[in-house]
Design a protein around this ligand. Structure first.
Ligand SMILES: NC(=O)c1ccc[n+]([C@@H]2O[C@H](COP(=O)([O-])OP(=O)(O)OC[C@H]3O[C@@H](n4cnc5c(N)ncnc54)[C@H](OP(=O)(O)O)[C@@H]3O)[C@@H](O)[C@H]2O)c1
Length: 248
């Protein structure tokens, strides 16, 4: 009986994540104003796994990079084209300072406060988008996850039945809010939904867009490949105002 109730909870949660996250079906298509290709980037979450790869690869591609970091020493990268704004995504003033003067923003924001309701992802993202609107910054590329919106269940059975319902229900719920905040914004956004992340080398994305992931097993991708895909979205309109899944 308990097992049945648990299975019902896990499947209902998956259905709720499907309904609450961004779904491309029926989303309005919004015209894009022509802009110069971005040169100056803000990277949020730069001291984290994906964020560090974003910074390294963005510098390799010749961008000028600013990062917003709570603890700049955790970044451990030094470069003439890299500057740091010390701050927190929940603090509107530091977000505003970091966004000012940029051409585009990439976010690999994440945290480990799994076991209680939180709004760090959604409120932090709202602050970024508000600042982008104030400073007329066009493009926003944001990493969320497979398992949200139309990709619900596509992290595989272990995630759908155990990891998400037992460990990540609040975290994933906030990701649905985060995606909705992005979809409702006037930015030129791309939501990137990776499978389970690894610290492996860049090998190239093997699958992208809708249909990525599996209801049975967990697909994986390296943070380095996610970073490369996110940077590609700065100059491509292929997934503009869409939420492609990616796997390696
Ligand atoms: N792990 C997986 O298998 C997996 C799968 C799919 C999607 N994802 C998602 O992918 C994203 C990136 O994951 P990751 O493991 O590469 O990153 P991560 O190592 O968890 O790094 C998260 C980053 O966010 C920053 N951050 C957290 N709270 C902040 C705040 N209030 N203000 C400013 N910065 C803040 C952290 O800074 P500090 O150094 O200051 O903490 C860190 O730089 C996350 O959203 C994650 O949920 C993960």
């Amino acid at each position: 009986m308990l097992l049945l109730l648990y299975a019902l909870y896990a499947l209902s949660l998956s259905a709720a994540l499907f309904r609450a996250g961004f779904r491309s079906r029926g989303a309005p298509s919004v015209p894009v104003a022509p802009r110069q290709p971005p040169k100056r980037l803000l990277i949020v979450g730069a001291s984290g796994g994906t964020g560090r790869r974003l910074v390294e690869q963005a510098l390799e591609r010749g961008y000028s990079v600013t990062v917003l970091a709570r603890e700049p020493s955790r970044l451990a990268i030094q470069h003439a084209q890299l500057s740091v704004v010390k701050g927190n995504v929940l603090d509107e003033r530091s977000v505003d300072t970091a966004v000012s003067g940029q051409d585009a923003v990439l976010s690999a924001l994440g945290h480990k406060r799994f076991f209680g309701p939180t709004r760090i992802l959604s409120e932090g993202t709202r602050n970024i988008l508000r600042a982008m609107e104030r400073h007329d910054v066009g493009r926003f590329v944001c990493e969320t996850s497979l398992g949200i919106g139309e990709s619900a269940g596509r992290m595989g059975l272990v995630y759908t039945l155990f990891i998400v319902p037992m460990i990540l229900p609040f975290y994933f719920w906030d990701k649905t809010r985060q995606e909705r905040v992005i979809a409702a914004s006037s930015a030129e956004w791309v939501i990137v939904r990776p499978g389970a992340l690894t610290n492996g080398e860049k090998r190239g994305i093997r699958r992208e867009d809708a249909g990525v992931g599996s209801f049975l097993w967990t697909v994986r991708i390296s943070r380095a490949d996610v970073a490369a895909f996110m940077l590609d979205q700065l100059t491509s309109d292929q997934y503009l105002r869409k939420a492609p899944g990616v796997s390696g």
